[in-house]
Design a protein around this ligand. Structure first.
Ligand code: MTE
Length: 733
């Protein structure tokens, strides 16, 4: 069963493009343009097709080196992107210099007109005759819009340069796409509007991201344009619901502009398998259908990719930490209600569901197991889910307009987005404008390529078509905060309250021969400090506290979170926070476990060897110690463990559990990086006196990038503060 519009245009044309089969496109466009009396380019048409007089360019058209804008594609796409970019860089620099000189003297084809940028601007999206520019050339794309595989998103560039968009949709940076564009050449940009490099000045090229919203500065930005950012660990799961402004952001393009006053009129079109289309405004959705709430995580398949890169090998894509996941309460209408209203007829589940069994009774009825719901956003992002998930009465798929009690923020899909709980967030399409019920998955690269995982044997060139697209997410967990030593004793752990019992700690010593008293109570309370180490180790049973989240896809609840303080040799269990029932006013909504489970843990660390600063070692060695003694002392010190590894892993209610290592699940896309999460905990001697080994010090606890008292950045900041205030510096207090 075919779905008309999508299959006839987008799908077919996308395949044509990817096969580099441009002949048919060329021919039909040549026919159309003849009647319009528009110049066409030099692309060879089939011999029997009537041709417009060929336009001779002053030199064969060459792709230019992409010097103006950052290659966003590297950031947003996969292998496809890499090969496309390789093309643009294979340009002969000498030829480019010649071309620039020719443009400067305007030795370009004199038979074609010159246009000022001000004239070109008049040919915007609503002009009826959209033009775009590329390098110094002008193209009338009126006839390309309908045939453009990406739909009318090409109109976004109308009246201006198409380059910034092709820098995002890097699939276009291939010779065959340039050949298609060449068919629409109508003239050149006037030299008056060209800079010394033969291109329009940068400031005349529109920045596609100019209307993006202002974001919370606390977000950790991976790419600014398009915006990709995650909350810092300390904010990520501080509360059960991630605040809207700190919810991770994953965009492939710009944020579409929908004016607030017009939001209620935002239209969603729904195309049924027979090609019939229904339309609903946001107002219709809100007023005609029951409104539901669902508490659900969204998680990018690239969450913790950075972990996989560090432990298993190079991966393509944004190097997310543990924050490409967030949890919110969504409000909207059920997709299943809308599809039923739109007239979608579905075979009863009790009927045969496989095509090879007896045929359906009613020709109009579709088999939910064989169909897909394709979603498209206003900026042309697209993805799909199986129709069976959309229709599952306990599947809770929403068309959402609310998030945590507010209207959807622009970054998260205002005014309407799909929320597909339990599935990879790539399927929760934002700025939703179109739904198509089809017998095939979305043809977008985000469905067919990017969000797939491969075997570790498949290397850098996996078989993209053979792998299934990611839908339900596997079980995962992460550590988001660690506190050690006095941080725990002194109540620096947010969920432990303030039991500030050890305000006056005594002389923390660390390879230091002098003794000075550091008043810990007077220090900024951020530092993770152990007050009374022996000369070579930290005390046994130093308290450690940790927190984090666990989550599994498909609505499977978390049944257990295991914690190890010795790299996985012995295990204990974390306390699972009962967020869903703790607050009766704020229960978890939905039919299954779509939200994350926060966990907490308090334990005791083994004694760990303190590092011996070089200076201290030299000093000791210059003593009267004999050689044997020195060797024995050093051996003993090195046998003592320096660091330990905190490990967490979760198990869901289907007894799925996380794999031990990333090596076994390595894939070049770095998707589904769900191995045990590990954080190394190391004691560090703090020489609070500006680096002098003879000054007084303590022990700070370094836990890499993980939030908490021992957080390296915090410790450094505190150390800096201590130096400034002269604490323990030998300069007096
Ligand atoms: N929808 C649109 N229209 N455009 C996008 O770029 N990104 C997808 C999905 N929906 C995307 C989209 C991906 S990959 C993810 S992980 C989630 O949105 C992120 O949702 P968020 O930004 O609200 O956290």
């Amino acid at each position: 069963m075919a779905t008309r519009a999508t299959r006839n245009l987008s799908t077919t044309l996308l395949r044509q493009l990817s096969r580099r089969d441009v002949t048919e496109l060329t021919m039909c466009r040549q026919c159309r343009l003849r009647s319009r009396g528009v110049h066409t380019g030099t692309h060879p048409s089939p011999k029997d097709a009537p041709r417009a007089p060929p336009v001779k360019l002053s030199k064969p058209h060459r792709p230019a080196v992409q010097a103006r804008a950052a290659p966003f594609g590297l950031l947003v796409g996969g292998g496809l992107v890499a090969s496309a970019l390789a093309y643009s860089q294979s340009v002969d620099e000498g030829a480019r210099i010649e071309e620039v000189a020719a443009v400067a003297k305007d030795e370009r084809d004199p038979s074609l007109p010159r246009f000022r940028l001000s004239d070109i601007r008049k040919h915007g999206a609503s002009s009826g005759e959209p033009w775009v520019t590329y390098e110094d050339k002008v193209y009338n794309i009126t006839d390309w819009v309908a045939a453009h595989p990406g739909g009318d998103v090409i109109l976004r560039a109308a009246g201006a340069s198409i380059e910034p968009y092709w820098n995002i949709f890097t699939i276009h940076k291939a010779p065959h796409v340039r050949e298609i564009l060449q068919q629409y050449l109508i003239g050149f940009i006037d030299v008056e509007d060209l800079g010394p490099d033969g291109r329009p000045a940068t400031e005349t090229i529109e920045d596609p991201f100019v209307s993006d919203p202002v974001r919370d500065p606390r977000l950790i930005t991976h790419t600014a344009k398009p915006r990709n950012a995650e909350p810092p660990n300390e904010e990520l799961d501080r509360a059960f619901h991630t605040p809207n402004g700190l919810f991770y952001v994953r965009h492939h393009m710009w944020v579409p502009v929908v004016e607030e006053t017009k939001a209620e009129q935002h239209t969603l079109s729904i195309e049924l398998p027979d090609g019939e289309t229904k339309q609903y405004t946001l107002e219709d959705l809100k007023s005609k259908f029951p409104v539901h709430k669902v508490t659900a995580v969204l998680q990018c398949s690239g969450n913790r990719r950075n972990d996989m890169t560090r432990h298993a090998g190079k991966t393509n894509g944004l190097q997310w930490g543990v924050g490409a996941i967030s949890n919110a309460e969504w409000e909207g209408v059920r997709l299943s209600d809308i599809l039923a209203d739109a007239g979608l007829k579905v075979l009863q589940p009790t009927s045969p569901t496989r095509k090879d069994r007896s045929p359906p009774q009613d020709e109009d009825q579709v088999d939910a197991n064989a169909m897909h719901v394709q979603f498209t956003g206003l900026e042309a992002y697209g993805a799909s889910i199986p129709l069976a998930k959309a229709l599952d009465p306990r599947g809770d798929v929403l068309l959402a307009f609310g998030m945590n009690g507010e209207a959807l923020p622009r970054d998260h899909g205002f005014p309407l987005r799909a929320v597909v709980p339990g599935h990879v967030a790539a399927r929760s399409v934002k700025w939703l404008s179109k739904i198509v019920i089809s017998d095939e998955e979305s043809t977008s690269q985000w469905q067919r390529r990017d969000y797939k995982a491969f075997g570790p044997n498949e290397g850098a060139n996996p078989d993209w078509d053979r792998a299934k697209s990611i839908q339900e997410m596997p079980v995962t967990s992460a550590i988001t905060g660690v506190w050690v030593g006095d941080c725990v004793r002194r109540g620096r752990v947010p969920w432990m309250g303030n039991n500030n019992t050890q305000n006056q700690a005594q002389s923390p010593k660390c390879s230091s021969s002098t003794t000075r008293t550091v008043d810990i109570a007077a220090l900024p309370k951020k530092i993770g400090i152990t007050s009374s180490p022996t000369s070579s180790t930290t005390p046994a049973n130093e308290p450690v506290a940790a927190q984090g989240y666990a989550y599994s896809g498909g609505g499977r609840a978390i049944s257990r979170v295991d914690v190890s303080l010795d790299g996985g040799q012995t295990w204990d269990q974390a306390e699972l926070v009962n967020d869903c029932t703790a607050d009766p006013n704020n229960p978890c909504h939905g039919n299954k476990a779509w939200a994350w489970t926060r966990w907490r843990y308090v334990g005791a660390l083994p004694a760990l060897a303190l590092p011996t600063p070089d200076a201290a070692e030299k000093k000791e060695e210059s003593s009267e110690e004999c050689d044997d003694q020195k060797v024995r002392r050093r051996k003993h010190h090195h046998q003592q463990q320096r660091c330990t590894t905190l490990v967490v892993k979760a198990t869901d209610d289907a007894y799925n559990t996380q794999p031990e290592s990333h090596r076994g699940i390595y894939n070049v896309r770095g998707n589904l990086a769900t191995a045990w999460h590990r954080v190394r905990i190391c004691p560090r001697c703090t020489t609070t006196g500006g680096g002098s080994s003879s000054s007084n010090g303590g022990v700070t606890w370094s836990t890499g990038e993980t939030y908490g008292c021992g957080f390296r950045k915090e410790a450094d900041e505190v150390g800096e503060g201590m130096r400034k205030s002269g604490v323990g510096s030998g300069e007096g207090k």
